[in-house]
Design a protein around this ligand. Structure first.
Ligand code: UDP
Length: 401
């Protein structure tokens, strides 16, 4: 399996992975998050867990249990960690969070493992189960650089019980975190159906099936139906572009099982689309990897206009397909796009519209930035790099034991 990556990375990288992994044979690693489908965390774990096993490290993945009440609270925590929004965590929320955490303590068996990765705030409280000799790592996928302070304090009280924390970019590291901290950006898998090479015929037939005209420029944003992804800003930017050039807008999304707000946002997006036949709002099943792949390959310009973004895997996915990405100048998007080299960073709907139009009309520019974008992902955001970073962190944490 790991050798299949030789096509994308140099042989030294694969050798390096084998060397580090050899030292770790015999240990057991567990990843815990809150959903099997929907969103970037699940996307990564689906690929990373089998690869760790392939390298001879026993690795498992567990998903905590929760229902609408729990996920309503954890989505509120998620939003408040990204930014204050006028609400605050109330005692009811804290009680709900603790109640479900308590239930998950007996549901998720962490005891057999040497290393436990806890992803995001939903399963954070499980750390009270940490036993001597284990290493627990909090893997944060959220932009926590300017959160609602009281919500962060609640989260921080758990975080400092871990052995280490991992953030995507240095700007997300907060002063109150007193444990060893690592910076590891996420990654995409070039062998995943979402990213692998596919035939032009499949791209075209997918567009036709989805009712999109393959002959006209396509502006694409792929993301869960979530206000923080700013689908309304994308529609406004598209409308500005349409005053000058012809194009179609595709908003491809889905619901995540741990996000109770998705359906409401979907309805609002449909309303905002109005009767424009060139805006395609696609509500895709969560396993529509080939469809997303085809859409990203067919796009003239990929957009990610998020208001807050931990990383934004979709940015790397678009870049890997040789597309210039127009992305908000925030969080993890800023880490991926080199402004004017691999795409454009923008600060407003008007700015996004300006760059989208420029890229639609200038084919040379589009191809040059697209080529750079693919190289940037090859160098920095493939799963082999991610895996190596994780192995090094595990190695250094276990060394002290
Ligand atoms: N995704 C998908 N179908 C959708 C919307 C998103 O498969 O309808 C995938 C997308 O391709 C990416 C992941 O979900 O791999 C989203 O990760 P990202 O980091 O961009 O955002 P998150 O949802 O984690 O905030």
């Amino acid at each position: 399996m790991i050798e299949e990556y030789a096509k994308y990375v140099d042989s030294g990288t694969l050798k390096e992975l084998e060397i580090i992994a050899k030292d770790l044979r015999g240990i057991k690693v567990l990843h815990v998050n809150s959903t099997k489908v929907g969103g970037g965390v699940a996307e990564i774990l689906h690929r990373l867990v089998p690869l760790m096993n392939d390298l001879g490290i026993e690795c498992h993945w567990e998903v905590i249990k929760g229902d609408k009440d729990f996920f309503k609270v954890t989505k509120k925590i998620h939003n408040l960690l990204h930014m204050p929004d006028g609400r605050s965590l109330d005692p009811e929320d804290v009680l709900t969070y603790m109640k479900y955490t308590f239930e998950n303590l007996s549901y998720v068996d962490t005891d057999p493992y040497d290393v436990v990765f806890i992803h995001d705030p939903q399963p954070l409280g499980l750390v009270v189960k940490k036993r001597p000799g284990q290493r627990w790592i909090w893997r944060c996928h959220i932009d926590v650089s300017s959160p609602d302070e009281a919500t962060w304090k609640f989260v921080e009280s758990f975080v400092n019980g871990y052995d280490a924390a991992i953030f995507h970019i240095p700007e997300f590291v907060r002063e109150g975190v007193r444990i060893p901290t690592y910076i590891i950006p996420p990654s995409i898998d070039p062998l995943h159906d979402k990213n692998r090479e596919i035939e032009a015929d499949l791209v075209e037939s997918t567009l036709t099936r989805l009712g999109i005209d393959p002959e006209r420029p396509i502006v694409l944003q792929v993301s869960r139906f979530d206000r923080l992804k700013d689908p309304f800003g994308v529609i406004e930017a598209y409308r500005i572009v349409r005053r000058r050039v012809d194009c179609q807008l595709v908003l491809a999304g889905s619901f995540a099982s741990d996000d109770p707000e998705g359906e409401e946002v979907y309805r609002e997006v449909i309303e905002a689309k109005g009767d424009d036949p060139d805006i395609h709002v696609l509500n895709l099943p969560p396993d529509s990897h080939l469809e997303i792949n085809a859409l990203q390959r067919a796009a003239s310009v990929v957009v990610q206009k998020s208001i807050r973004e931990g990383f934004g895997l979709v940015v790397s996915e678009g870049m890997w397909k040789g597309k210039p990405v127009v992305g908000s100048n925030i969080g993890g998007i800023r880490r991926q796009i080199i402004n004017g080299v691999t795409g454009y960073l923008v600060n407003s709907n008007e700015g996004a519209a300006f760059r989208i139009k420029q890229l639609i009309v200038d084919e040379d520019l589009r191809h040059r930035l697209g080529r750079n974008a693919r190289e940037r992902v090859r160098h920095s955001f493939l799963i082999t790099r991610h895996l190596k970073d994780y192995l090094i962190v595990i190695h250094s944490l276990l060394e002290g034991s």
